[in-house]
Write a protein that binds this ligand. Structure first.
Ligand code: NDP
Length: 341
């Protein structure tokens, strides 16, 4: 069984790859943007012969996936589309965030339909950003579920990177569902919609001074000086990267069960204070980093919109990792990289 995984160098995608290879059931063809990145990743995976690479330079190009699918399409059983820009510092919101998300989705989906006749299941890495209403996320009377959609429209989305990213994820996911209907495809489709993803990088050697957008929140707090104030700018939700990776693989193993489903990967709410509380339990950090006001955010979930992902949990049937576990594992890997363990 062969899986085509776009954006294999990504934080989440590397964990997906690791878990796919560990099952012993899958070969993985991953798309990368450069040979250098492919060589480094192959090395991390001990040059596993079940792992190979294709070059897809920029998913904003409508034909970006065509060559690789023309070459490998006949042997592809599953597609996981994970490549998409995830950052909040776009200079041109449309060009940097929206276009690659939307055109990338359309490009890989159409290439799958055209060149992968044996495709059984297509999984798209979407986001909670495609589900939530940014303006109601702080309203505890607002309830979200797998049926919810971000109502953001293009004109508002282009006004800043946060809005742009959230809209981009919505449009990228919608493109997949719409094309699935329009083209009347025979294969099954699922979306995975994670909230902020934390947890260690797949390989210790991938830790860098600055981490991927979500883990960088923890990285900053690991380095917050003792007297730093803990601001309340982030009131969001978390999920562990290992749980997110698994949610991409379950649909491949139980295709019918997951067909047409959106999986909201949400463990619980958090704020920066909640993270600082966990970090201060780590002996190497205690007394050396900011403390803030301990336990101030213990009931943060009651202040925010209610996320009902019971359907997702029922489908997946496994427990999501706790904030304690995911933050500790992320921080310990950073400390190891810095030689502080
Ligand atoms: P990363 O930034 O680690 O990975 C992004 C991946 O997409 C990389 O492989 C990157 O390639 C590739 N990519 C980005 N832009 C392009 C482009 N224009 N052309 C080709 N490839 C591109 O992020 P994550 O692993 O965190 O995110 C992966 C997916 O998960 C994204 O779809 C993101 O929206 C989604 N997501 C992430 C969450 C999180 O908290 N981390 C939460 C919810 C959803 P390269 O390495 O070469 O730059």
């Amino acid at each position: 069984q062969t899986v085509f995984l776009s954006g294999i160098t990504g934080y989440i995608a590397q964990h997906i790859t690791k878990q796919l290879l560990e099952t012993g059931k899958f070969k993985v063809i991953g798309s990368v943007r450069s040979e250098e990145k492919a060589t480094a990743l192959a090395k991390n995976f001990d040059n596993n012969s079940d792992l190979s690479f294709v070059y897809v330079k920029d998913i904003s190009d409508r034909a970006a996936f065509d060559e690789s699918f023309k070459e490998h399409g006949a042997k592809i059983d599953y597609v996981i589309h994970s490549a998409s820009p995830f950052h909040f510092n776009a200079t041109d919101v449309n060009k940097d965030l929206i276009v690659p998300a939307e055109i990338g989705s359309a490009g890989i989906f159409k290439a799958s339909v055209k060149y992968a006749p044996n495709l059984k299941h297509f999984v798209v890495t979407s986001s909670y950003a495609a589900v939530a209403d940014l303006f109601k996320d702080n309203d505890p009377s607002f309830k979200l579920s797998e049926k919810s959609w971000n109502p953001m429209e293009f004109d508002e989305a282009v006004t800043n990177s946060l809005f742009g990213y959230c809209y981009a994820k919505k449009i990228a996911e919608k493109t997949i569902w719409n094309l699935g209907k329009e083209l009347n495809v025979k294969f099954n489709i699922s979306a995975v919609n994670p909230v902020y993803v934390f947890g260690p990088q797949c390989f210790d050697s991938s830790v860098t001074k600055e981490l991927n957008t979500s883990c960088e929140i923890i990285n900053q707090l690991v380095h917050a000086p003792v007297d730093a104030e803990i601001d309340e700018t982030i009131k969001a939700s978390y999920i562990d990267v290992r749980d997110v990776a698994r949610a991409h693989i379950e649909p491949l193993l139980n295709s019918e069960k997951f067909n047409g489903q959106r999986l909201i990967m949400y463990a619980d709410r958090f704020g920066k204070q909640s993270i600082v509380d966990v970090l201060n339990k780590i002996p190497q950090l205690k007394g050396k980093i900011a403390v803030g006001t301990p336990h101030k955010e213990d009931n943060i979930a009651s202040e925010l919109a209610v996320v009902d992902n019971s359907k997702t949990k029922e489908l997946l049937g496994f427990e999501f990792k706790s904030l304690d576990k995911t933050v500790k594992d992320t921080a310990l890997q950073i400390l190891k990289f810095e030689g502080k363990l």
